[in-house]
Design a protein around this ligand. Sequence first.
Ligand SMILES: [Mg+2]
Length: 289
Amino acid sequence: MMPSLTTDIPTRTIKIRYFLFLSATVFILSCKTTAVTKVVEETIVVQKDIPLREYSVQSVLWQQLSAEYKALSYQAFNLAQMQLDEMIAAEDQSEKPFAIVTDIDETVLDNSPYNAKMIEDDREYESVSWKAWGMLEQATAVPGALDFFNYAQSKGVEVFYISNRKEIQKAETMSNLKKLGFPYVDEEHFLLRTAESGKEARRQIVSENKNIIMLLGDNLSDFSDLFDDKSTKERNQVVEELKADFGKKFIVLPNPMYGDWEMNGIYEDSYQWTPAQKDSLRKAKLISY
Ligand SMILES: [Mg+2]
């Protein structure tokens, strides 16, 4: 998810302080991000009040209202079912039984109301409000998810949920999924975040006794650690290298609202940007002509 931030918009009196901080940041990051930080430096002086989440209105609306979002989700799960059928028909499960690994947020559960609430309240992501949303157990299923995972169960293929929701969110997350009717919602099949956000160690645990034939997620780190902590350029390069796996072993769900593409990409893996700096980074990274 997105970073927690101090959300004060710089006023005239503290603007100089931001500028000094920015100058130090520009120096430290100059080797890597000279062009971007230069734009930030130029733009911050003229920034006025920026609603913190205004920029995400369109992406939340798209997820909540567009028929295209639903169509893409159905497409992903229809493809997943076709692949599953093919693998079951083609492969011997005598050594290790097949298993499917799935992410939860924006893959199984739709959290767009939380993102809408952040816009409404003009607040950034915070672990406290995220936990509170989870405890409501009101997240709905991503279109097609319920049918697919129950189909997998009907074929005897176990589903493991590897999510970066924290262990303290386990009870309400399991309850939310159970109410919706998802299979394999139990301790054995739930691997939430403990120490690290990387999912590879948890995938290895599943692999000890199962053959992971498919992974589903909205964030590329749901598929391989080759995507962990990578820049936009590197993430795009790895996608090129692994392009044959998408739609086969890797099933990707759309998530325009948040993800590593934003945190590690646009914001360069830094939680220190002010809202005005983030606004400038977003605009600086647009590809125009
Ligand atoms: Mg996710």
